[in-house]
Design a binder for this molecule. Structure first.
Ligand code: NOJ
Ligand code: CA
Length: 703
């Protein structure tokens, strides 16, 4: 009962005891087909509240809106000045994506409030069939010029103790293992002790990151997220375990009392509530993308989804180093033993270029090519890297020539070590250098604590930096993949050259830590990936690290067949084949799936899904009739009968099925992959057997 006390109070506020004037402020906005409805109103002290219903039931109960700021009262004493409802129905084509076109269909309410000075704040709500979004807008006005936000008061009142999938509200990293549990049990204290990573700042034990996804007792799925994060601290949520409520908790700036400073006119990012009757609907939702602005790049012809290989995994497994000169330093800083030589040497890079050319990959990522690596890790040092100065054993002229000859491009790597002003000073020169050497894609990185000191990876200053990089790379016709940024919020609609981000716990953790539990890849698409593609780097065939060093005990927590299926289930327009060329050459029959699988799609069907348990997805190749299917499970083996209803009638397909082989198990026996071929048509049934931590990948090619 205690849990619902605040809810009951609010209910009374708006019904029995509501003043006539408060009641008069109530407005309801329904989605076009009335599946979702948002009601908003002011209580008698002029505080704004909202609630959301979905399919006739309350999804978010009466919840507060507004801000604490240094200058103004932006949470109470408001009067309703105007309301306007409009409707919008448009279909747009993403430059790349999971589907060829996206419908953006919503009703919108501009709820304009005025304060005692006559100044206005608009709360703009959009109601979609699959949820709702709202944001705060501050038009240009004489009475207000600058707002220093000290706290966002937005709340999300849940209606029960839902099951939630969450990671802690870390100011500096999102590379965490997910926890599954009730809202009433959310607590980062034990998490902080057991899962610490190298750069983290978890100070509020009840804070979680968005997107957080929940399942209610009746199976409704709710994800709380943000869209179009810009010029603001990222949205984390503070949990009230008793009231079953989340309150906005923005990442502060270097001045810890300040969450963001904004100048009129401005608006907050969108706060998004994704709603679905089942887990699959959350994966299908385009709400976050739709809340972002249309593409700002006029000529997008140079933006190309692609697969790549790279001088990368060999550093993570300890066979090579990023630095040419200070291996000892690096070992001391990371505590990892590294044998071997500098990875980015000309001869070794040529080996990868040969491999990419031979097997049809577009790019070769090269990490450790530029000077500065001796100081990159754990030193919190300014001026570490030079982004236009290769190490002497990396012959960039020769490698550019060689790559051109083989029809591939080198993907640049800009590890900033979070010395961000230094990177900003060098950006123009660095991108001009890339253009000179025929490079049109860069992977950036933000390892370690941020400079300017005191800023956080998820704070307003850094969020503006990531956008500056997206804009500046676009200007130079460069595609970008960011590691260690804030988690994405759909900006790739606006800046489609921003192909992917890491911004979560990627494959690399399997090489040198306790790893990613088998359920991890069954949670990512419902949480982190809702905001945009992830550079997860799948495709590891040699899953046991003791292959490289008998003392090592780390393993990849999947079977090899699951590594293949991830190319379909973890959507990204940029996918790495992350393992070493020699490991692929040993299993060319299995590798064939990675060669064949596309990275751009016209259609996507979620065939089944349960958060944290399993996902089966079929996708149709861009501009073709071929389909690809991926099915993955957590630590539990599962069998599915999949009706191939998504295939068009009247066509015959050759299915190549890459299944977990006899006795496969992610830990005990990860290697066996059973490859079989079958002729199939629409309506045929595919029996899929997934091992513990296993998967199945299928290519369906028109005959
Ligand atoms: C962390 C990134 O996630 C990884 O991909 C990269 O290799 C290292 N930093 C070095 O920049
Ligand atoms: Ca990382």
């Amino acid at each position: 009962m205690k849990k619902y006390a605040s809810y009951l109070l609010l209910l009374l506020f708006f019904t029995a005891h509501a003043t006539l004037s408060a009641q008069k402020t109530l407005r309801t906005l329904a989605s076009p087909n009335k599946q979702t409805a948002v009601t908003v109103g002011l209580n008698k002290t002029g505080e704004p509240f909202y609630k959301i219903t979905y399919r006739g039931k309350t999804a978010v109960d009466w919840s507060r809106l507004g801000f604490n700021t240094k200058e103004y009262n932006l949470h109470s004493g408001f009067k309703l000045a105007a309301t306007k409802i409009t409707t919008h129905d448009e279909t747009w084509k993403p430059v790349w994506g999971e589907v060829a076109q996206i419908r953006d269909h919503y009703n919108e309410l501009a709820y304009t409030l005025s304060d005692e000075t006559g100044c206005t704040m608009i709360i703009r709500f959009r109601a979609y069939e699959e949820g709702a979004g709202f944001r705060y807008e501050f038009p240009l006005q004489d009475c207000k010029t600058k707002v220093t936000v000290t706290d966002e008061l937005t709340e999300f009142q849940m209606t029960g103790d839902h099951t939630a999938w969450w990671i802690p509200g870390d100011y500096d990293s999102n590379e965490h293992v997910y926890t599954t549990g009730k809202i009433s049990a959310i607590d980062c204290a034990w998490y902080n002790r057991e899962h610490a990573i190298s750069t983290q700042h978890i100070v509020k034990m009840k804070n979680v990151q968005t997107p957080i996804t929940m399942k209610t007792a009746d199976g409704t799925h709710i994800a709380l997220a943000e869209a179009a994060l810009a010029d603001f601290g990222a949205l984390h949520l503070e949990t009230d375990n008793n009231a079953l409520k989340f309150k906005a908790s923005l990442i502060p700036s270097a001045d810890s009392t300040v969450k963001s400073v904004n100048t009129m006119p401005f608006h907050s990012p969108w706060r998004a509530v994704l709603l679905s009757k089942d887990a699959a609907g959350i994966l299908e939702s385009k709400l976050i993308l739709n809340l972002n602005e249309p593409c700002k790049i006029e000529d997008v012809s140079w933006i190309k989804p692609q697969k790549y290989v790279g001088v990368w995994w060999e550093m993570h497994v300890g066979l090579a180093t990023w630095d040419l000169e200070a291996t000892q330093d690096m070992m001391a800083a990371t505590g990892r033993e590294v044998k071997g030589r500098h990875g980015a040497n000309t001869e070794n890079v040529k080996r990868y270029i040969d491999f990419a050319g031979k097997y049809g990959f577009d790019g070769v990522l090269v990490e450790g090519w530029n000077i500065g690596w001796k100081d990159w890790f754990g030193k919190w040092k300014d001026e570490v890297f030079d982004f236009a100065k290769p190490y002497p054993d990396f012959d960039i002229d020769e490698l550019t020539r060689y790559a051109r000859e083989k029809g591939v491009r080198i993907i640049a790597h800009h590890e900033t070590s979070s010395a961000v002003p230094s990177y900003e000073r060098q950006m123009d020169a660095a991108y001009a250098f890339m253009n000179k050497y025929n490079q049109n894609a860069v992977k950036t990185g933000y390892v370690g604590k941020i400079i300017p000191r005191g800023e956080w990876h998820d704070g307003q200053w850094m969020n503006n930096h990531y956008l500056r990089v997206a804009e500046r790379t676009a200007k130079n016709r460069i595609m970008v993949d960011m590691h260690e940024p804030v988690r994405p919020s759909g900006w790739h609609r606006t800046w489609p050259n921003w192909m992917a981000c890491e911004a979560a716990r990627g494959q690399e953790f399997n090489a040198w830590s306790t790893g990613n539990p088998p359920e991890h890849e069954c949670i990512l698409p419902f949480t982190r990936i809702l905001g945009g593609p992830m550079d997860y780097t799948p495709g590891i065939f040699e899953t046991r690290m003791n292959t490289y060093d008998p003392k090592k005990t780390e393993v990849v927590h999947t079977t090899v067949a699951k590594q293949l299926a991830l190319y379909v289930t973890l959507y990204s327009p940029l996918q790495m084949a992350a393992d070493l060329p020699e490991n692929y050459e040993k299993r060319l029959d299995v590798f064939q799936f990675i060669r064949d699988v596309p990275v751009d799609w016209d259609d996507t069907r979620i065939l089944n899904a349960a958060v944290g348990d399993y996902i089966t997805i079929a996708r149709r190749q861009k501009g073709a009739q071929n389909w690809f299917l991926g099915s993955i499970t957590d630590e539990n083996p599962r069998n599915f009968s999949m009706k191939l209803d998504f295939l068009p009638a009247g066509k015959t397909y050759e299915a190549t099925i890459y299944a977990d082989g006899p006795g496969a198990h992610w830990k005990e026996n990860p290697y066996p992959v059973n490859i079989s071929k079958r002729t199939v048509r629409k309506g045929d049934v595919l029996e899929i057997q997934l091992a513990a931590g296993g998967g199945c990948a299928v290519s369906l090619v028109v005959k």
